[in-house]
Design a protein. Sequence first.
Lengths: 197, 251
Amino acid sequence: MGGPEIERLIALLGKLPGLGPRSARRAALKLLQNPETRMLPLAAALSEAARAVRPCRECGNLDSCDPCAICVAPGRERKLVCVIEGVGDLWALERSGVYRGLYHVLGGTLSALDGIGPEDLNLAPLMARIAAGGVTEVILALGATVDGAATAHWLTEQLRPLGVAVSRLAQGVPIGGAIDVLDDGTLATALVARRPF
Amino acid sequence: MMEWSAPVVVLGTRPFGEGDVVATVFGAEQGMCRGLARGGGSRRGAALWQRGNLVSARWVGRLAEQLGSLSAEMIHPTAALAMADGLQLAMLNAALALVEGALPEHEAHREVFADLLDLIGHLAEGPAALAEYVRWEIALLAALGYGLDLSRCAVSGSTERLFFVSPRTGRAVSLDAAGPWRERLLKLPQFLLGPAASSANDWCDGLKLSGYFLARNVFALKHKPLPQARLLLYDRVAAMASETEHTCQTP
């Protein structure tokens, strides 16, 4: 089809999320047909990001400065820390635009099946930040999965002696969700977590 | 084509591609087996394939030993109901991790499955379910061929004042016969002998007892430690025991 350079490009693109072999070929073709406007800027951006972006040593967020822009932003509520599993969750919360506190990226959840224990999580900077004072509430924004819930309960036990309030995201009916199409688990938790109206 | 349909408990999933998962399930006749669950990684599928859920599953494969494909409908959303309570979730996680780690694949274990369903039914009882959990682990040991003999004292034959278990033989030892060896024996909580009040200390002793034999007789043979989830459950109960004395009447 093409030289080894093209095959290598397609193989690397095909490893990205959302891209299979067919869509990788299409993406590669698009890049190769427009090298000046798409491929070289993309290559430069990839190289620059790989060189500059690092995990923030305070919260685990990915940024080109350390501490990251969120950790040093003056307008942030520094008494609130939202604990999330990954940087993708941080981006999702930032997109919502409703949260103005700080974050902490755990880098995973406890997993019985995969043998991920507490020592595998990015916990030390969170404990140090709380011990340093100023944090009054930790919001656990972990996934509504068995592993996410197990991690939230374990983390609550660890945070309790430090004297901070611990809260977690509510679970229940999603916006725009009709009751008759909800799965049994979501309905069950929504009923358990019902509140006065 | 090979095919079966049965109620199974979901033991876990691993991502396969972007939207699918390889699910590990446990059924009465099928034992532990795996299958590709298409869409199991999607929002709707992920809720169904959560660990601990009881689902009505259908497995189809060309040969029995192939991976095959799994589809399912929810029977009982165990995971969602247990998520709100840390202790319930810890017990569920530990039980599923033990089943997943201790049982061989494709081997029927009807009693273990029935006992697991019974345990899941007790989870909502909160701390009182810990007595049931310890009994379940003892029953799991028996199903694997490592049953404990708690009926009489291994030394004197007495059925009275059975307070210890020999770590070597797994047989009960009475207080009178324990003598100078009592420090080297495992404590036998009285709720394992019949209806009796139990406390966090008793649950802790029970977990220590069953955990010792699970680690030595089951997991050591596989060159594996006790599952992380089981260790976290013990830590949680040990913390309860050190904090306060919860007392409950076993059913």
